[in-house]
Design a binder for this molecule. Structure first.
Ligand code: MN3
Length: 203
């Protein structure tokens, strides 16, 4: 069973004006689709990986055959990262998390505002292409950082709770060189209920 990009739970224009329709469409049907196609191609030659969820493959990246490992890091990471990214967006979202995730953010980062600043810095200062993350580390503690390219936090035993794609393809059509404006806009479409669900499912 080959990997698929899946469909979004909202239309491409649902995140306007924060993330524009054309960017959403190209990002999903071209960029995400390309990662999935390349991942499927890599896995074709490694039957031991077939049928396994991508998250599980990334968690055990050291057991992936060396000849396809880099392809799986890049394209498997690309698939897993984007699949999570779409789930964590939605129209009329933003605001702040509630419940256990909110409590954990407050106790770890002092306040939601302080967390938001730390995350924004991680997203702004990622040089070149990559992602900003809120993750649970191997001890279950919340951590904020960024990764290069499509490197998934799953590869270091972390569980991503919230991820922001800061590759230029994610924002260039609307924001050009203004990554900070894209980051500011993105906070308005974060689906915190979904992030809380991801967080709670990690227990
Ligand atoms: Mn992307």
């Amino acid at each position: 069973m080959a990997f698929e990009i899946g469909s979004l739970t909202y239309p491409y224009d649902a995140l306007e004006p924060h993330i524009d329709t054309r960017t959403m469409e190209i990002h999903h049907t071209k960029h995400h689709a390309a990662y999935v196609a390349s991942l499927n191609k890599a896995i074709e030659t490694s039957p031991t990986l077939a049928g396994r969820p991508v998250d599980s493959i990334l968690r055990e990246i050291q057991s992936v055959p060396v000849d396809v490992r880099l392809a799986v890091v890049n394209h498997g990471g690309g698939h897993a990262n984007h699949a999570l990214f779409w789930r964590l967006l939605g129209p009329n979202k933003g605001g702040q998390p509630r419940g256990r995730l909110a409590d954990e953010i407050n106790s770890t980062f002092v306040s939601f505002q302080a967390f938001k600043e730390q995350f924004t810095t991680a997203a702004t200062t990622r040089f070149g292409s990559g992602w900003a993350w809120l993750c649970q580390d191997e001890h279950g503690k919340l951590v904020v950082y960024n990764t290069a390219n499509q490197d998934s936090p799953l590869m270091q035993g972390h569980r991503p709770i919230l991820g922001l794609d800061v590759w230029e393809h994610a924002y260039y059509l609307k924001y050009q060189n203004r990554r900070p404006d894209y980051i500011t806009a993105w906070w308005n479409v974060v689906n915190w209920d979904m992030a809380a669900e991801v967080f709670d499912s990690a227990r």
